[in-house]
Design a protein around this ligand. Structure first.
Ligand code: GUN
Ligand code: FE
Length: 422
């Protein structure tokens, strides 16, 4: 049994509105699970190993609920287009390169190394249609100590030859074989990944839905990101009441297994109604939505309706892996939406975006994203001493400014499920 304590200024979300702050306290990890936060080490834990991080901040690790690993190679490039043209001109072009395992290895090593240095401890990741490259990505993440869900992408229409699974039956069989080979991983799990409705035929969706039921897998996809995309879905599925209903028709909208839907920028009343009360997680990706001129998701409405929301970097429509940056952009974009679009949608607060980055997205993985007893022990130790200030700041203020100021260099240590990553 491995038991240890970290000492420092400990902060986590109690709920969307309230932070729990424990100065100079101990957080205890017992076999990878949090055993609580205490001002002094309780009698039962006297003598356990303790790392004293002094005045540093200790916070839960972040969940990136939506990121495309193969697109990391062209991050920061090609942002002058909207979604459909960007997919064709950039994303699909790059993703075809992952049929070459040597290229995939170089690219996924870079992605994994940078993810290790970041504030992310959990991630839901898109690979490509290539089984071998996707397994390689999973192996690298597992070796690095990550907890992640990774998807071999499915797509069988409206995409270039190099990525198109022309036979839906074969696509499902290939996916099933990939699922079987994922058994070798302990921490990295498969997630079904139909790319989005325009790239998935009815037959493919039906076959994936069978696999989902057979293996009880979660699903990740894209939803209502861009106006032209939505219009296209309505053309392709004339019977469907809204975009979300097209997934729901195949049981892929958080009814049985959990589902992550990225973006939801233009989700209307009907779609939001479908999301309610489901195991449906909105992955809010504010940087991506700005870069591809998609718009600003109605996050305030999602929160008011009790819909689960986490944050996503959406590499490479988003340019970087930082979930701190996603928090700041979520706040900034919500202010623009309130000012320009709808005065009823109050801007997001720091406590709300911190919640989304930790407990909100973390819930997808179970008890993840805080230091309450029984939560899996994912922690970041932050050294902010180089962020100079003429007077002393409260712990709460130090945490709040990190949303705008944190860089990877401020992460002094990182733990995932109790294991020290660095
Ligand atoms: N919709 C379908 N595929 C993608 C993708 O790779 N990125 C984004 N942002 N949206 C998508
Ligand atoms: Fe995406």
């Amino acid at each position: 049994m491995e038991v240890y304590a970290l000492k420092g200024n400990i902060c986590y979300s109690l709920d969307k509105d309230e932070l729990s702050i424990h100065e100079n306290s101990y957080v205890i990890c017992e076999n990878g699970v949090c055993a609580g936060v205490y001002p002094d080490l309780p009698e039962d834990y006297r003598g356990i190993a303790c790392t004293d991080y002094g005045s540093r901040l200790i916070i839960p690790g972040f969940t990136d609920l939506h990121v495309h690993a193969p697109q990391y190679a062209f991050r920061g490039l090609g942002m002058d287009l909207e979604l459909l043209e960007w997919l064709e001109g950039h994303a699909f072009v790059e993703e075809q390169r992952y049929s070459d395992l040597n290229y995939a290895k170089r690219a996924y090593e870079i992605f994994t190394e940078d993810l290790v240095k970041s504030a992310t401890t959990r991630a839901c990741i898109f690979g490509t249609v290539h089984t071998e490259a996707t397994l390689l990505l999973m192996e690298l993440l597992e070796k690095a100590g990550f907890k992640a869900c990774v998807g071999r992408v499915n797509m069988d229409r409206n995409c270039p030859e190099g990525l198109c699974e022309t036979d839906a039956l074969k696509a499902a069989q290939d996916t099933e074989r990939w699922i079987a080979r994922c058994q070798e991983f302990q921490q990295v799990k498969p997630i079904l990944t139909p790319r989005f409705i325009p790239a998935c035929s009815d037959e493919l969706m039906r076959r994936l839905s069978e696999l989902q039921k057979r293996y009880g897998l979660p699903v990740q996809s894209h939803l209502s990101e861009n106006q032209a995309e939505i219009a296209w879905v309505m053309e392709l599925c004339p019977e469907t009441a809204c975009y979300g209903a097209a997934y729901d028709g195949y049981g892929m909208f958080g009814k049985g297994s959990p589902a992550i839907m990225a973006h939801c920028v233009h989700s209307g009343e009907e779609e939001i109604g479908l999301m309610k009360g489901r195991k449906l997680f909105v992955a809010h990706c504010p940087e991506s939505n700005a870069n591809l001129s998609s718009g600003i998701a109605p996050v305030r409405t999602f929160l008011d309706e009790g819909i689960k929301v986490g944050l996503g970097s959406d590499i490479a429509a988003g340019s970087g892996l930082s979930v701190f940056r996603a928090m700041a952009l979520a706040v900034q974009c919500s202010k623009l939406k309130w000012r320009i679009e709808d005065g009823n949608l109050k801007p997001l607060k720091f406590s709300e975006v911190f919640y989304m980055a930790t407990r909100g997205g973390g819930e997808f993985f179970g008890n993840v994203g805080c230091f309450e007893k029984g939560y899996e022990f994912d922690a970041l130790v932050i050294n902010d001493t180089d962020l100079r200030s003429p007077g002393e700041l409260t712990v709460r203020k130090r945490l709040e400014r990190l949303m705008y100021l944190a860089e990877d260099k401020h992460i002094a240590a990182k733990y995932i499920c109790g294991r020290k990553i660095f």
